[in-house]
Design a protein around this ligand. Structure first.
Ligand SMILES: [Zn+2]
Ligand SMILES: [Zn+2]
Length: 454
């Protein structure tokens, strides 16, 4: 229903703006039973053909970026390359947004709204183990440590697909009823300790202004082991709220052979790790929404025979429900403090509120479903699962309507058990999904602009 009305609007709009008056008359008089090929169909054909044409460049860019990853807020060479390519395509380019971010603007030949397409550009402190010919051998400093650097979350895919879509759209500039804004955002995984960055800083520094963006689209590869080229989306919450906590357990140092002479923070920390898991499994109603608590870092001690003074733990909490989020935050503090107190130790708990739920605007999502369905190269799921991963794309969605979707990248026919997840040192998305990503991003922009123009 919505789709039909939308296509009709587009036909009227494009007929009025891109064809001679007699052509409009001919179209109006065409028998109703004839197969209707709309002007939007024509634009879709151009997008699909053009995506095939730019594909070799997309693959080449993806491999280059994969081999040269840079950590959040340090994407200097990445940013330079993206800015150069956008300029060469005829975009007005702003650099240095949120440190290393790049924003490109393409003003179409016809008046209309402003649509933004966003890709993240940062890599992760992971030492690559994919064995790919173009695997990364880069190393860098991360929070004071020497680490391997890898595009282990697939942001190399995001950048190259968005650049492909930017090229497709640049080739259709004269026919665009509105403006396209390309947003390359640094530090999606979170800025280094003590620094600002990511989507909050992009918004603060005006990435959605001048021209003001009406709607924004973004995607993520992987996340679930869906087959390459298949698309899934869902209205409302699609990715979790993500908060970080740090627990410092203070005991009293002693000789490892005489633990009774001190208070052992290592044993207390082990009890807290297990206690926090019962908080999720016993104290929150998981039938309302999922919730996850993971401790990713435990640090303490210097020698096998010394009981240290303190142990620090850092973890993440993922939720989809505000009340549950509050109860878990309270529970983490209560559990850690009381377990520590039982052993004569002390636990200090700090919780840092992170990304909000990635919330797909229901009306916008409903309206864009035909666009995603059209380009999906595998099964299309308009009611895909929620995922407990999080995204700072949610920051844009708090400002303007936005939609975020997933693009499957598991090789067709592969067993889900063999699939390495995002953030794994073996994460290796299937490049056959790239062309679908290019088509999806370009189609969302065109369909949104065409459908929204008055
Ligand atoms: Zn990630
Ligand atoms: Zn990511």
């Amino acid at each position: 229903m919505t789709h039909l009305k939308y296509v009709c609007t587009v036909v009227a709009l494009l007929a009025a703006s891109t064809t001679a008056p007699h052509a409009q008359t001919a179209r109006a008089q065409a028998p109703a039973t004839a197969p209707q090929k709309t002007l939007l169909d024509g634009l879709h054909e151009r997008i699909d053909r053009s995506a095939d044409v730019v594909l070799p460049k997309v693959v080449e860019l993806r491999r280059f970026l994969h081999q040269h990853p840079e950590l959040g807020n340090r994407e200097v060479q990445t940013s330079k390359l993206l800015a150069e390519r956008l300029r060469a395509l005829g975009y007005e380019v702003r650099t240095g947004v949120a440190k290393t971010g790049v924003v490109g603007v393409l003003r179409g030949g016809k008046p209309g709204p402003v649509v933004a397409l966003r890709s993240d550009i940062d890599a992760l402190p992971v030492t690559e183990e994919t064995g790919l010919a173009f695997a990364s051998a880069e190393r860098a400093q991360f929070n004071g440590r020497d680490v391997g650097v890898m595009h282990a979350c697939g942001h190399d895919f995001h950048m190259s697909m968005l650049m492909g879509a930017a090229e497709v759209l640049a080739g259709m500039k004269a026919d665009l009823p509105g403006t396209v804004k390309i947003i390359f955002q640094p530090s999606e995984e979170g800025p280094p300790a003590g620094e600002e960055g990511g989507a909050p800083l992009m918004v603060k520094e005006g990435a959605l202004d001048n021209p003001k963006v009406d709607a924004i689209f973004g995607l993520h590869v992987g996340i679930t082991p869906a087959e390459a080229g298949s698309i899934s989306v869902r209205p409302k919450g699609i990715m979790a709220a993500s908060d970080t906590f740090t627990i410092t357990v203070r005991g009293r140092s002693t000789h490892g052979a005489m633990p009774w002479a001190g208070v052992d923070p290592v044993v207390v920390s082990a009890q807290i790790v297990l206690g926090l898991q019962t908080l999720i499994s016993r104290q929150v109603d998981l039938t309302v929404a999922p919730a996850i608590l993971t401790i990713g870092i435990i640090e303490g001690g210097s020698r096998s025979n010394i009981v240290p003074d303190e142990v620090r733990m850092t973890g993440t909490i993922r939720t989809f429900d505000a009340d549950m989020q509050r109860r878990i935050h309270e529970g983490v503090a209560r559990t850690a403090e009381h377990i520590a107190a039982a052993a004569g130790a002390k636990a200090d708990v700090k919780i840092e509120i992170g990304n909000a739920v990635t919330y797909n605007d229901p009306a916008l999502t409903e309206r864009m479903l035909p666009s995603l369905k059209r380009v999906s190269a595998g099964p299309f799921n308009p009611n895909g699962p929620v995922t407990t991963t999080a995204e700072d794309f949610s920051v844009y969605q708090k400002q303007i309507p936005g939609m975020f979707f997933f693009l499957g990248t598991a090789p067709k026919g592969s067993a889900p058990a063999s699939w390495a997840a995002n953030h794994s040192s073996k994460f290796s998305p299937d490049e056959s999904a790239l062309v679908t990503g290019v088509r999806a991003l370009a189609s969302l922009a065109i369909d949104y602009l065409a459908g929204s123009a008055k």
